[in-house]
Unconditional design. Structure first.
Length: 167
């Protein structure tokens, strides 16, 4: 779990995005991108609407949970912004892109949170294998490129051979 406090300044939104990126670096890029976007929306709401600094909490376990706490009043609500409206889409994005989200009132302020699914074990294993292949290629100084490209094909041929033998 990571908790960090940010000042009431527009620069804090960019700092919060960078913090999310660092904390979720072992997740797939798509998950990181969504987490950055949603955190940016919640941090911007804290700065502009609550007019306070905020605390960002990131917890990664069976799911990714991000909380933004501010000391401002009011209760956030999903708006239905029209094409000409300059704002009002943030919580709609949070609602659409997260697996769950909500608001927890407190005194003073509130916590707005969202959740995302974590990378599956299969995806994590695939990323580790890819990283190993890349490191091996670097160690071989380019000589192993053809070999590394051939490995998945060899594994596929073996899998087909094993399936034929098993039947």
């Amino acid at each position: 779990m990571s908790v960090r406090r940010f000042d009431h300044a527009l620069d804090s939104v960019a700092e919060a995005r960078l913090h999310v990126r660092r904390e979720l670096e072992d997740q797939p890029q798509e998950v990181i991108d969504v987490a950055e976007l949603l955190t940016s929306e919640l941090a911007t709401n804290a700065i502009i609407h609550a007019a306070t600094g905020f605390e960002l909490e990131i917890d990664v376990d069976r799911k990714i949970r991000v909380e933004v706490r501010d000391a401002g009043g009011g209760r956030p609500a999903v708006l239905h912004a029209g094409p000409q409206d300059g704002s009002g889409r943030g919580l709609g994005l949070v609602q659409t892109l997260s697996s769950a989200w909500g608001v927890i009132p407190s005194s003073p302020g509130k916590t707005v949170w969202y959740e995302l699914a974590v990378a599956s074990e299969e995806h994590a294993s695939e990323r580790v294998a890819t990283g190993r292949r890349q490191r091996r290629q670097e160690q071989l100084g380019g000589r192993g490129r053809d070999l590394c490209r051939a490995l998945p094909a060899r594994a596929e041929r073996r899998r087909g051979w094993i399936e034929r033998v098993a039947w």
